[in-house]
Structures are given as C-alpha cells and as structure tokens.
Design a binder for this molecule. Structure first.
Ligand SMILES: *[C@@H]1O[C@H](CO)[C@@H](O)[C@H](O)[C@H]1NC(C)=O
Ligand SMILES: *[C@@H]1O[C@H](CO)[C@@H](O)[C@H](O)[C@H]1NC(C)=O
Ligand SMILES: *[C@@H]1O[C@H](CO)[C@@H](O)[C@H](O)[C@H]1NC(C)=O
Ligand SMILES: *[C@@H]1O[C@H](CO)[C@@H](O)[C@H](O)[C@H]1NC(C)=O
Ligand SMILES: *[C@H]1O[C@H](CO)[C@@H](O)[C@H](O)[C@H]1NC(C)=O
Length: 409
C-alpha cells in the first residue's frame, strides 16, 4: 500500500466513522425522546401544537349539512384568502361525516351520500394544499347528532383508522357515554392514538365537566373548559369568564379550549366579533374558524386575518392572558408575551362608551419604565415612550388591544 493510498483509505475510514457517529447521535436522540415519552406523564409530548392550533371546523356554520364539496372548497378558500399562510392549517370535520353504522369489520367509514370519495381521499386533497385534516369522534356509543357510531369500545380500531387515513387532529366528544367517569374514557383514546403512531392533535371535548385542565395535559393537546359556544354576546362573555379560571394550566402543547369561533356567522356586531377574537387570541385559545370561509365578508376577513392579533395568540412564550380587573362591565385583560412585552385588552362589556384606564403596575410593568404602545386593531403606535398608565375611551361591547414593548434606546 502506497502512502498516498494509505492516506486515502484512512481518510475514507474517518469519513465513514463520522457518518456513523452522526447517525448514532440521531438515533439516540430519537430513542431518548421515545424513552422520555414512556417515562413521562406527558404521554403526548410529541411536538404537536406547541402554539395553539389554528384552522377551521365545520360545526358552527354547517352543523350536519356537511359534505366533501364544502370541505374541499373550504380548504381552497383558506389558501386563496391567505388565511392558510397566516396559520389556519387545520380543516376539521365535526359531527355527521360517517355512515350511521360501522362496516362488517367494525370500521368507521365516510358517509357514502355526502363523502363518496372517502375520508382518505379528502385527507390527501387537504394535504396537497399544505393543510391538515381533522376529524370528530365520540367517547360514547353514538356521536351527539346520533347519526354516526361513537368510539367507546373501539378506541384502538378507530385511532388506527384515523392514522391510516392521514388524520392530523381529533375532536373527541362526550355524548351517549356509558355514565362512567370521563377521564378513563378519554385516557383510553389517548393511549390508542399513541399506539396508532401518528402525531395527531388530541382535543378533549368533555365540556369541562371533570376539570380537565387539571389532568388533560398529560393526555392531549387541548381540552374544552365549557359547554358549547353559540353566536351570542351572552355566550362569548360567559365562556371567556369560565375559561379564564383555568389559565394557569395552559402552555405549549396543552391549551384550554373555550370552543370554536363564531366570527362571521351573523349573530353579533362587528365590535362584538372583534372582542370575541381579541379575547380568544389573548387566552391562547385554539383559533378554529366557525364560519363559511368561502363566503366570508371583507369585514370578517379583516378580523380573522389580523396578523398582529394572530401573532399574540401564537407567541412562543405560550402564556394564557387573564382578566386582571373588572368593575361595572369595564375590564382589563392582560398577559406576558415573549421579549418582555405585554398584551393588554381593555374591554367594555357594558351598555355605553366609557373610559378604561390601565396602570403599568397592575400588568407587571415598572411604572417609570417607558414603553411603546401599539394598537393592534388600528395597526398604529399610539405612544412611543409612555410611562405609568394609559386611558382609552372604549365603545360598548368593543375593546382596545395593545402590545406594550419596553422602550429601548
Ligand atoms: C428520527 O425521527 C425523525 C422524525 O420522526 C425521522 O425523520 C428521522 O429519520 C429519525 N432518525 C433516525 C436516525 O432514526
Ligand atoms: C354539498 O352541499 C352543498 C351545499 O348544501 C351543495 O350545493 C352540494 O351539491 C353538496 N354536494 C354534495 C356532493 O353533496
Ligand atoms: C349504548 O349505550 C347505552 C347506555 O350505556 C346502552 O344502553 C346501549 O345498549 C348501547 N347501545 C349500543 C348499540 O351499544
Ligand atoms: C347561548 O349561550 C348562552 C350563554 O351560555 C345561553 O344563555 C343561551 O341559552 C344559549 N343560546 C342558545 C340558542 O343555545
Ligand atoms: C360602560 O361604561 C359606562 C359609562 O361610564 C360605565 O359606567 C358602565 O359600567 C358601562 N356603561 C353603562 C351605562 O352600563
């Protein structure tokens, strides 16, 4: 062997050794992350929903009048309106997507009259648009519509079916259950999803009955804290308050869910919808649109498409904002954001326009520290070096939403 050849061989050997080492490191990283999962209570710590999930769900607008054409055109509309680019990635079927009975092998299947191409084809279509598909199932023996089978006793089989179809999100409802504790039935589906081996966002919808905030983080990625939302002011105000109670349990990978958005469905004023969207964003709620995206008005799009508000919801710090103070229907909600920033919502729930005042101290800022104040609905800075406090006139049922950034320089 010549010296040069020997050198080349050695070089090759070292290069191979390096490749092997990199491979081993990658493998052991994967192994240790699986090991972590098996040894942790946080069984679904699989990288899903480190920020609140965003997308669309069929229920609030379409209820059971759902079919594959509607779902496909919603996926198309999410892309063409630019909403997909803003983060609205999930296209979620709610109740009524399946045949009334399982097939001979006990499998769920898409309803032939309304989903003739099947759910797998729908998932493929949605994925081809760069989006994700969500599905709906139930921890009882029928879903809430009573039009399709529930998954109780079929958890493994259904989780496997969903994973095979390429489903990315499951909302698990609680109708027609057997009267046993929710927790056991919800944990069973969590385990089944884990076994199915696909990273799927698991959304527990047991309506807040057993204080899921205190335990669901070990099994899923979001949990409903309340009963169903409806398209009224009474509903969004009472749900906001009920969800607020559980704020400290939310964080990356596990979120309180005050239910899907009603913006654009016609039951509230523009100002009320703006308040609804602002508070949901501040509370780090899943932002699941509930309107008909294909026919959404410019006004609706300007609310759900406000990138500055979405950025607050998707802030990597992942801390749920809370109600700080309330008096006579005048409220202050606030929460920390990354980079030492603070988001503040001044919300007038009362019947008349009123001034609302917020002091730096009550939102965790040093009173003498100057901050820039940006109005994220007007897309304007309203102050560049503000100290101590801010007062703003807020119309009835409206809100102001500000991001305060400590002034540097
Ligand atoms: C580690 O896991 C990732 C994601 O599941 C995968 O893409 C990658 O190939 C795995 N690496 C090895 C070395 O197994
Ligand atoms: C789906 O529903 C829409 C709206 O109701 C209807 O126009 C369309 O024909 C339906 N398509 C199918 C495949 O059922
Ligand atoms: C569904 O559940 C109810 C209540 O637990 C039970 O009485 C009924 O037999 C179940 N039906 C089926 C089809 O399993
Ligand atoms: C909507 O929700 C509110 C508040 O929970 C409730 O009082 C009202 O009855 C609900 N309306 C409908 C139509 O369900
Ligand atoms: C909202 O603002 C008013 C006006 O000051 C405040 O007193 C009240 O609580 C709310 N308005 C009314 C009159 O309900």
């Amino acid at each position: 062997m010549s010296m040069a050849k020997g050198f080349r061989v050695k070089f090759l050997f070292v290069a191979l050794l390096n490749l092997w080492a990199v491979h081993q490191a990658a493998c052991s990283m994967n192994v240790s992350s699986h090991g972590h999962q098996t040894h942790s209570r946080f069984l679904l710590d699989n990288g899903v929903s480190r920020t609140p999930p965003m997308g669309w769900n069929s229920w609030n607008h379409f209820h059971c009048d759902l079919n594959e054409t509607i779902v496909r055109s919603t996926a198309d509309a999410l892309v063409s309106t630019g909403l997909a680019k803003l983060g609205y990635k999930f296209v979620n079927l709610d109740d009524c997507w399946a045949e009334g009975e399982r097939d001979k092998k006990g499998n769920l299947r898409g309803k032939l009259t309304t989903f003739p191409s099947g759910i797998k084809a729908l998932a493929d279509y949605v994925h081809s648009k760069g989006l994700k598909l969500g599905i709906y199932a139930d921890a009882g023996n029928r879903t809430c519509s009573n039009q399709m089978p529930g998954s109780l006793g079929h958890e493994d089989q259904d989780a496997k079916t969903f994973a095979e179809w390429g489903v990315d999100y499951i909302k698990y409802d609680n109708c027609y259950n057997d009267g046993s504790k929710n927790r056991g039935r919800y944990v069973r589906m969590s385990r089944a999803l884990q076994k199915a081996g696909r990273p799927i966002h698991y959304s527990l919808c047991e309506w807040g009955q057993e204080k899921p905030a205190t335990w669901a983080g070990a099994y899923g990625h979001s949990w409903r804290t309340t009963g169903d939302i409806n398209d009224t002011w009474a509903s969004i105000t009472s749900i906001a308050d009920a969800n607020d109670v559980w704020a400290r349990y939310a964080g990356p990978g596990g979120w309180n869910d005050p239910d899907m958005l009603e913006v654009g469905n016609g039951g509230m004023t523009v100002e009320e919808y703006r308040s609804h969207f602002s508070i949901w964003a501040l509370m780090k709620a899943p932002l699941l649109l509930g309107c008909d995206v294909s026919s959404a008005s410019r006004e609706t799009l300007s609310i759900i498409g406000n990138k500055e508000v979405i950025d607050i919801n998707q802030d990597p710090l992942g801390v749920q904002g809370r109600k700080i103070r309330t008096k006579g229907g005048l409220e202050i909600w606030a929460g920390p954001l990354s980079g030492g920033r603070v988001v503040v919502v001044l919300w007038n729930r009362s019947h008349a326009r009123a001034p609302i005042s917020v002091g730096w101290r009550e939102i965790g800022l040093s009173p003498s520290r100057p901050v820039t104040v940006r109005d994220v609905w007007k897309h304007k800075f309203v102050a560049m070096k503000r100290r101590y406090r801010l007062t703003s006139s807020v119309a009835s049922h409206s809100c102001k939403m500000y991001v305060m950034t400590p002034f540097r320089g």
